[in-house]
Design a protein around this ligand. Sequence first.
Ligand SMILES: O=CCCCC(=O)O
Length: 430
Amino acid sequence: MKEDLKNKISIAEQQFQEWRSLSFDQRQSYLPRFAEVLERYKDEFSRLITTEMNKPISESVSEIEKCIKMARYYSEIDNYNAAEKVETEFRISEIRYEPLGIILGVMPWNFPFWQALRFIIPAILAGNVAVMKHASICFGSGKAIESAMEEAGFPAGVFQNLEIGHKEVEELLAHPAVRAVSLTGSEKAGAQVASTAAIHIKKSVLELGGSDAFIVMQDADLRRAAEEGARARLQNCGQACNAGKRFIVQENIAEDFVPMLVEEFKKFQPGDKFKAETLLSGLAKAEFGDDLEAQYRRAVEAGAEILLPLNRVSDIAFEPGLLKVLPDNPVLKEEVFGPLGFILFAENAAEALEIANDVPYGLSASVWTRDEKLSNYFTENLECGMVSINKMSSSDPRLPFGGIKNSGFGTELSHLALREFVHAKTIVGH
Ligand SMILES: O=CCCCC(=O)O
């Protein structure tokens, strides 16, 4: 390991001893100031996000606003990790939730502030210290987060941004002071990092890809479903793990719903990423455009019908595409990251459910119906970490977020995230 990285780990190790000895309230007291700093630099940070990974500026502003909301939420949350007494025959019997040490974050480029902070804030509030390897195109965002935390007064070493590559991630996972890793990213990256962590007997939390269903039943508010459906698929230029990627529509409403969805998709035309009114800009890298075009071609070769052609207008920008597919189209089993949606038809709820669950992923799903019995049927049987009813899927600081199947394991956000990087220590005796 290079000297510079060794030094940073040694700073983190020393700070961990100080930081863990503070009370929960003391650690929490930095968060209102941190929210203020984010507020102060909102424009600058938003421009940085858009510059680094190309999303429309209005979405970068929303991202920073969501981070502010999260910082405020955790600044007021009760101490979920307070010691618990347990009634037994012993005089003393209690559970203490103790922090693990240095937690490594490996974070992606698609929500450069949001994903990083939703790892960092609960991990440090639980008494850990954090280090992070950001995606290489978002090193500026990683640095800005570090500076913002410093300006908010967090002690040096509570969080450190590391401009490192995959080799150093492996070295860090082998380091005895690094006790766990949280990764948001692709299935491939997750499998690699989690297996390295496992070799060193370290915990991992994985937030990976998705191929989320957006189910529209005959009694739904079709206009709203079409509007939110387009946003669900096309926000962030289609680059979100929990985007509604597969529209599963009851077939007797196809004639009404499909034209509405096509009309809504057409409103997302690629434009200048820095203009406030732009809804769709470019992908983060040109090579992602090549991958997207290849998936589009393969879907069409496998029999997909083009409802709206995916049209590349520059190395990174596309007019959105929409394909009608059968459930056996192989592209449905892959994660599609870009402005391309798929529509499938189902005769009834049972068939819609079967199609929805027939993917390797299980992140989230959105169900559109006014019938409570039907929505209960879906909430009970959909294989995923979150079901949204009559709204698109989106994380919320107050609610747990995390997938099952190949979408990963572990929980981010809410009070439950405070328990991800602690161990339960039992104290018992006379
Ligand atoms: O790629 C993952 C997107 C997460 C977006 C959200 O938190 O809603």
